[in-house]
Design a protein around this ligand. Structure first.
Ligand code: AMP
Length: 663
């Protein structure tokens, strides 16, 4: 889930919501935290590993000491029995050391040595089968292809279309969502407002001689994992240091990442050349709209912004009622720095996104009871922090105990679980992982990723986030169009309103060209800040006030503004809705589905291994095959009639007239 972590400029015009320093560290959609390749190491495993590393270090010292003793005996021409006894003792120590080494190896490589080798072999078999059967084709293959771009071939298209049809049925139809279809080419203004232009970046390093680019955090992650898995002589302290580094990788600044790369002597993986310092690289593909080249634009990195900018019309279409959800399926484009994980990290992919708009004061969900009894693997923040594993929690309990922030978020977690498992994702290899505090944007109330385990580890396939009112606020501010909802009161309500009235004449005299910044900052104060300023002005006559857009304090005097509270009758409440966003990476789900459906079996003759995808009918590209069991004209005619009937019924199939049932 991408992460906008921001520090709010409380004194900017849009007060709480606009960002003065927006540090969007794009989430590593394939999370670096608890994955199989970066084992989450339960507390018991970690302490076991630590004690094994210590024991191994002791055994190594004992072997070294005994080796020296044997050499000394030989040099002193000691008696043969003495030398033999010393050698025997050395061999015993070596055996003990090997046994500790084996134990350590099995702990560090997860479920026993060779696990990662098996995973890779399995992945290769699946990948080859998929490519051979044209589920996918590397794009522009005859021109040697382009990393991170893949075509779907005929069966791949059929699977994708089945997955999307089910997505529409399960979400759009079931929840009466309003589906939209917006352009991929997006003007800069939209993506500036959303923060993408400034901060949709990953930190990159370059091979200083060849110019090849790498993601800085990926290099460190690979280095750390390899050391932990392969270097058994690593001391317990160094191992703990590396584990810590892997856990905080997301939080490191460019400087910190650069320092670590230097400290560990990491070089370009392909050439071993030195690397540049890390610097941010914006992942959006830039373009210009129209022939003049004067209207800058980007290929959208997500579909969500198209929904946000249409909020006003959609709200009206929905009868000015909340809650409601809008949905969109479409292509997203991210110029990934060095896409390495096959079909999982690509540069153009299909996203299916839902933006469910709710009143921030009421995030209950009318249909929550329908999913409350579901029980599945959840990995709350607490469990991750204390080194525990994911555990089964009834969804109702997760919401009532506040583990999941609210019912609507919980409802969507439940619906996503049903969606994925109906498609054929293995329940045991699906978990919902809560974002840690350092992964979550400041404005987000809570975020959970549906992670599916495959040969690459635990992969984020669906992000489900309560993004509060951030996006609508940002577009309201930048477009000048109020993206708000109203609640009409049955009876007018008396409310006390804060009134901040800057005296522009006095402010103009005092601040001249900066007057606008000061006025906007004063007007953006919240009630607490305003009342504190009022008290200070009354007691001292003037007060220091920080104006973020000027980057300095200014002196506000009593005659420069009036702050009061007025009683008013209100007939309605106007507010910015919160949004709960499930965001589905369709390609990732499909790839995991391929792995979960794959198995091998011997052919009937027993002379070869067959690679098989056991798809549920819902996603199977071909639902059935018509076999005229005997090769003869009459049977073939009947097969054609059956085929015609199947076509009319919309059932994809093929006819096999070889007369042989394949086996
Ligand atoms: P994000 O907007 O980063 O939360 O991404 C939303 C979803 O898109 C993720 O949950 C992934 O499933 C998917 N996704 C993100 N980046 C990529 C990529 N480079 N290739 C394929 N899928 C991606």
């Amino acid at each position: 889930m991408r992460t906008f972590s921001t520090i709010i400029a409380s004194s900017t015009p849009i007060g709480r919501y606009l960002i003065s320093r927006l540090s969007l560290r794009r989430s590593h959609a394939i999370s670096v935290k608890p994955q199989a390749s970066t084992p989450p190491m339960a507390a018991a495993d970690a302490s076991n590993e630590e004690s094994l590393r210590r024991t191994l270090a002791e055994k190594q010292s004992a072997v070294d000491a005994q080796g020296n003793a044997v050499r000394a005996l030989k040099a002193a021409k000691a008696s043969k029995p003495d030398i033999d006894a010393a050698i025997e003792s050395l061999n015993r120590l070596k055996l003990e050391k090997s046994s500790v080494e084996r134990e350590l190896q099995s702990v560090v490589s997860g479920s026993g040595g060779g696990a990662s080798v098996n995973r890779e072999a399995f992945r290769q078999t699946v990948f080859n089968t998929l490519e051979r059967r044209l589920f996918f084709i590397p794009s522009f293959k005859i021109y040697r292809g382009v990393a991170g771009l893949y075509d779907y071939g005929p069966p791949g298209c059929a699977v994708k279309s089945n997955v999307l049809a089910f997505w529409r049925q399960h979400f759009v139809l079931e929840e009466d969502m309003l589906e939209v279809d917006c352009p991929c080419v997006t003007p800069e203004a939209v993506l500036k407002a959303s923060g993408h232009v400034e901060k949709f970046t990953d930190l990159m390093v370059k091979d200083e001689k060849m110019g090849t680019c790498y993601r800085a955090d990926h290099l460190l992650k690979d280095f750390g994992n390899e050391k932990l898995e392969k270097d058994l002589s690593l001391s317990a302290e160094k191992a703990a240091e590396l584990r810590h580094l892997l856990a905080v990788l997301d939080d490191l600044s460019a400087e910190e990442l650069g320092a670590k790369i230097k400290e560990y002597g990491i070089t370009a993986p392909d050439t071993k050349n030195p690397l540049s310092d890390p610097y941010p690289f914006n992942l959006m593909f830039q373009t210009s709209i129209g022939p003049s080249g004067l209207i800058p634009g980007y290929m959208r990195p997500e579909t969500a912004q198209g929904i946000f900018v249409n909020f006003k019309d959609l709200y009206y279409y929905n009868g000015n009622k909340l809650p409601f959800a809008a949905a969109q399926i479409g292509q997203a484009f991210r110029n990934e720095i060095s896409p390495r994980q096959g079909l999982l990290r690509v540069r153009e992919f299909t996203l299916a996104e839902i933006e469910h708009f709710v009143d921030p004061q009421d995030k209950s969900h009318a249909k929550f009871s329908e999913v409350a009894n579901l029980e599945f693997l959840m990995f709350p923040r607490e469990e991750q922090m204390s080194g525990k594993s994911a555990k089964r929690i009834p969804l109702g309990e997760a919401v009532s105990k506040g583990i999941v922030n609210n019912e609507t978020l919980g409802y969507f977690i439940g619906r996503v679980y049903l969606f994925l498992t109906c498609l054929g994702i293995d329940k045991e290899r699906l978990r919902f992982r809560q974002h840690l505090a350092n992964e979550m944007a400041h404005y987000a109330a809570d975020c959970w990723d549906a992670e599916i385990e495959c040969s690459y580890g635990w992969i984020e396939c669906v992000g489900i986030a309560d993004r509060s009112a951030y996006d609508l606020h940002a577009h309201t501010e930048k477009s000048g169009v109020a993206l708000v909802a109203q609640e009409k009161f049955s009876e007018p309500r008396e409310v006390e309103k804060l009134v901040i009235a800057p005296v522009k004449k006095e402010l103009g005299l005092a601040f001249k060209g900066s007057q606008k910044n000061v006025v906007e900052a004063l007007e953006a104060m919240n009630e607490k800040e305003a009342m504190e300023m009022k008290a200070a002005l009354e007691s001292k006559g003037e007060v220091e006030f920080y104006v973020c857009t000027l980057g300095k304090n200014v002196c506000i005097k009593k005659n420069m503004l009036l702050i009061s509270k007025e009683k008013k009758k209100e007939h309605q409440r106007v507010f910015t809705p919160s949004v709960i966003e499930p965001s589905f990476g369709i390609g990732r789900i499909i790839y995991c589905l391929y792995e979960h459906s794959f198995y091998t079996r011997p052919s009937k003759a027993g002379d070869e291994q067959l690679n098989v995808f056991r798809f549920p009918p819902l996603v199977a590209p071909i639902k059935c095959t018509v076999f005229p069991l005997v090769q003869n004209q009459q049977y073939e005619e009947v097969a054609k009639v059956i085929s015609k009937l199947l076509k009319v019924a919309g059932i994809s199939h093929k006819i096999d007239i070889t007369g042989l049932c394949s086996g």
